[in-house]
Write a protein that binds this ligand. Sequence first.
Ligand code: F6R
Length: 606
Amino acid sequence: MCGIIGINSNKPVSSTIVNSLKKLEYRGYDSAGIATLSSGLINEVKSEGRVDNLEKNSLVQNMEGTIGIGHVRWATHGSPNSINAHPHSSQNVSVVHNGIIENSTLLKKFLVNKGHKFKSQTDTEVIVHLISEHLKTDNIVNSIKKTLKSLHGSFALGIIFKDQPDLIVGARRGSPLAVGYGPNENYLGSDSYALKSMTNKITYLNDGEFCIIKKDHVEFFNEDGIKINKKVLELSSTEEKYDKGDYKHFMAKEIEEQPITLKNGINEYVDKSNNDINIYNFPWKINEISSLTLIGCGTAYHSCLMAKYWLEELTSLDVSVDIASEFRYRKNRFKKDSLYVFVSQSGETADTYAALDLCKQNNMKTCAVVNVIESSIARDSEFVLPIHCGTEIGVASTKAFLGQILILYILSLKIGLWRKDINKETFSKKLKDLKELPKMVEKTLLTDNKIQSISGTFNEAKGSMFLGRGFSYPIALEGALKLKELSYVHAEGYPAGEMKHGPLALIEEGMPVVVLAPRDNYYKKTISNMQEVIARGAKVLLITNKSKDEIVSENIWEKIEVESTNADLLPFLLTIPLQKLAYYSALKKGYDIDKPRNLAKSVTVE
Ligand code: F6R
């Protein structure tokens, strides 16, 4: 993943670089570093852990130089320590890198034979030495061109040179990179978000391109080193405020913001006066589409799975779901009448982007459901349905999940109506319920104390299971993912009906098991599966919706009842207690809730 920043200015740059790195920490927070040029030398300071550690380092506070590069790391090659932190420098070149160099072992061998000495375990260091090697005989443009051609894998690079005190080089293949333009200074950044406090004028590099950033202008080159012209885009200049308010963590705030996420989505797509859904500029005729494939990773994959249940319920389309990292390397049967939907909060996830790219190469129809509308996935998809949940800072996705499933539900309803798979009456009834959803979520958010008190049990157990059937199954997967990523305890999501085919063997006395059994068509079956785990000693936390009918079951450990609405919408409500369960479990353990270990918010490596 990793985040890159570069500034070429006529003022000292170190403190601005450090501030920009803080904004990029969502890309990685194993270590951070900065390099500037001053008095004809490359100065480099790096530290393990968060950007705060780098900022406190007195060497950074006294760092001079009006040109520099910075980096936050998510370790791929070599452990997360200050030696492996970026920038990596030789005597005359310093490099920051996001991505993976797949042929680094071979290149290293070649360079060692030529007498180059390596200090770190990273793949990045080969780039430093390759450039230094080419610079012995070539100019900058040729040295960069030749270096990039010999690299296999993905990269976004920021490079400074001891002997070129007036320029920064940026280069991109696979990993995103943006150039920003300011008054008498120019910038390089992993995304426009990191540059937004400095400029709203941006150019995105495409794959294979590189650039030379001077204080007063920027030159762009294609992979053959030929100069090219690029457009400058003007982004909205309003910068969102990011603070936790009265909350302890962004995650807690983002969970509570979910009614707003839903209201925003509903206001955007639901035409309240005409009792309709507006999907403006949908670029295809509905009869051109007979199947739909949804693709994403992690939580976004769970959104895709959720959508499959709705699309199958509300439309007669063939629906399939894929994990992006699997889809991109499988032998896919691309069908002309298929629509491919890519779901991503960040819009930068490398595997999801690669799956999109593959579909584009095969001339498929592509649609993105994303939160960050300036992202690569949004820019390169034929059609975009934004989530509108605002910036999500917590690494564990919460409001973006609800935002994604809202848009996917709205899309399912509209496709159902367009295709006449559902009639206007059913559509109107479901739309009416949807408009009430934000209020239902608000009420469900009030269930708090009970979750707090039982969360410790999940931390103490060897592991836990999350079970659901039908619409509740993707939510069970999502609940288990949230618990493992935040509390570092083993948790497994399973279709309740599958337990007897193997996983039931895991159940032992006192094992916590969450059973999602809302009063829908699957209710009775799920309750039977619940009995089977109770009979084997499980401590069941039953999550259902409020109902007049008593639950005919004994020995349930705890019960949480969410609000009642139509069965389609219950997954939104069931998600809330699971998010809170994960949050409180991690809180009890004193873990870093907004930045769980080993993870990053934007996963730009495959
Ligand atoms: C889990 C989580 C991740 C992301 C996944 C995809 O809480 O946030 O599983 O959902 O890395 O990220 P996006 O949605 O940015 O493509």
